[in-house]
Structure formats: C-alpha cells, structure tokens
Write a protein that binds this ligand. Sequence first.
Ligand code: ACO
Length: 321
Amino acid sequence: MMFSRIAGTGGFVPGAPVTNQDLVDRGIDTSDEWVSERTGIRCRHLVSDGMSTSQLAIEAARRALESAGLKAADLDMVIVATTTPDMVFPSTACLVQGALGMPVGAAAFDLQAVCSGFVYALTVADKFIRSGSHRRVLVIGAETLSRILDWTDRGTCVLFGDGAGAVILEADETPGILATAMHADGSQAGILSVSGQVSGGNLIGCPFIRMDGQAVFKYAVRVLSEVAQEVLDQAVLPLVQLDWLIPHQANIRIMQATAKKLGVLPERVVVTVDRHGNTSAASVPLALDVAVRDGRIKRGQTVLVEGVGGGFTWGAALLRY
Ligand code: ACO
C-alpha cells in the first residue's frame, strides 16, 4: 500500500511588510486599532507592479525543493492553487513547470477553490500518489490578491495580502497524509466573490472582491470545526493526540472561535495572519512553512490543516509531518 508524505516546505512573501498604519498613510480610511482588533492583522506583503503570481510560486517551490533535498527534475506533477493566475491561459502551473525546469511531460494544472485551494490541491495530489500513478508532486498555493482588491472599499482591502507557500508531496510506505475531506456549497456563491470576466475584449462585471463579512464569518466557523472533526474521525485520532491546528489564516477571531468549538488549546494553533494578512490559497502552506522552519512542527507530529473560502468551499487534511 502506498501513502504520501510531505518531504519539504517553502514559502515566499514579496517586499517589506506593509503595516496597518502604512495603509492609513496611503489614504485608506481605517486605523491600526480597527484592523488589529477585528481581524488580528498587523501587516501584510504586497507585490510591486509587474510582479506575478508565478514568480511568487516559483520562489516558494525552490525553497520547498531545497528543504526536501530534491531537484525539479525529480518531480512528476505540479498543481498550483490560485485565484489570481498570471493570465487566462496557460495555467500558472505550466509557467512554474517551465521556469523550474521540471521534466517535459510532467503534468501541470491550476486548481481553483479560492481560500480552500491549497487543501483541495493537497487532497488531489494525495489521491494521485496513493493511486500509484505519480511519485512526487509539487503542491503550491500562490496569490497576488492585491490585484483584485478595491482600495476604496475599506471593508475588504485591509484584509488581504500576497504570497506563496509550497510543499513537495512524496510517495512513502509510511502514512503522512492520514485523512482528507473536500466540500462545497454553491448556493452560497454570492457571499464572497469576484464576479467579473473578460469577454469580447472587455471586462464584464466587477473585477474586485465583494464580501458579506458577517455571513462569511458565521459560515467559516461552522464548517471549519465540522470538517476538522470529520478528518479526525476518519483517521480515528483523538483530539488529545493532535499536535497542531493550522486553519486558513483569514481572521484571528474565526480561528479562535473554531479552535474553541473543537476544544483545541490556543497555543496549539499556528497563527500567521498577524504578519501575512489573508493570502487566500497561500495562507495554509505559508503558515505550515513558518511553523516548520521555526521548529514548532517536528517530524512525527500530527498537523491538521484546513481551508475555507469563496464558492463556498472548505476542506481539511490531517497529516503526520
Ligand atoms: N476601518 C475602519 N472601519 C471600518 C473598516 C475599516 N477597515 N471596515 C469597516 N468599517 C466600519 C464599517 O463602515 C462599519 O461602520 P458603521 O457601524 O459606522 O456603519 C463598522 O466598521 C462595522 O462594520 P462591519 O462590516 O459590520 O464590521 P464587522 O464587525 O462585521 O467586521 C470583518 C468586519 C472584520 C470583515 C468581519 O465581518 C469578518 O471578519 N468577517 C469575516 C470575513 C473574512 O475574514 N473574510 C476574509 C475572506 S473570506 C475567507 O478567507 C474565508
């Protein structure tokens, strides 16, 4: 029987941190107090003009390869979870495959599940590896969310940031990924969306994030606690044996409410929303990489990663690191 395990992690955020006060200084009608009290966000990183999602993804991928002690030539698939691809096509994954020098013929595709994208992509990669068809899959969450922010809408523009996180998922005889779950509810499409599209040479509809913040908050807390319990049950792992919870880094209050509902102690929750803001599909792999590199997450420990986002979509993966 074949399983998959994480062989290495990498993360990349562009430029210097942009604080809440920096946003005020740039003319946004907000305050450090409002943003940090309601969301836990103190700063985020934003791409400079011309910097693309694939560039962030490539940097995170190089770091993940280095930490796994592998080369791009060793990979046989790349999946990029993103809502902000460089272009309509080719996929961001194809651009990454070419730039990294992965073998010609290695599969490459993007996956769109907004903030749940990385957890979805990890689940898909796990299935490929367990089927025996692929051995080493590069899984990336990468976003330049700042490109789809309406900087005149203070209710959304203060929440998001840019960045990329990556893992190398490798075939192994010992289980790394213990359980996964993916869900969606398309009837909630309207509470969080970028409804615009390019058609006939024109932009049709709205190119910016629109959100019903309170509806998102309530939905997120409910499904994050449900899906976490679902993967724990699937793996028959009692909560006391869970070492780390890495929820989607959207808002500290959503994360605290989820942890409380589950019964996970606050010190077992990895929090990076304070320094990265909400980086959508990049948030979970970035947080994982931070906690691996600072020594909190150690080999053999159990980690539950979970995502929630537009669609509505949500999912979780329980793993032994
Ligand atoms: N600075 C200062 N004041 C603000 C700001 C801001 N950036 N944004 C809104 N306000 C004001 C509003 O205008 C309003 O003022 P009023 O009372 O005079 O009308 C007041 O603050 C309250 O506004 P609400 O929108 O009701 O604020 P709420 O308490 O709901 O907090 C927030 C908003 C933080 C977005 C909250 O709803 C939330 O966390 N929702 C979850 C959404 C989320 O995290 N989304 C991320 C993307 S989704 C995902 O990743 C799953």
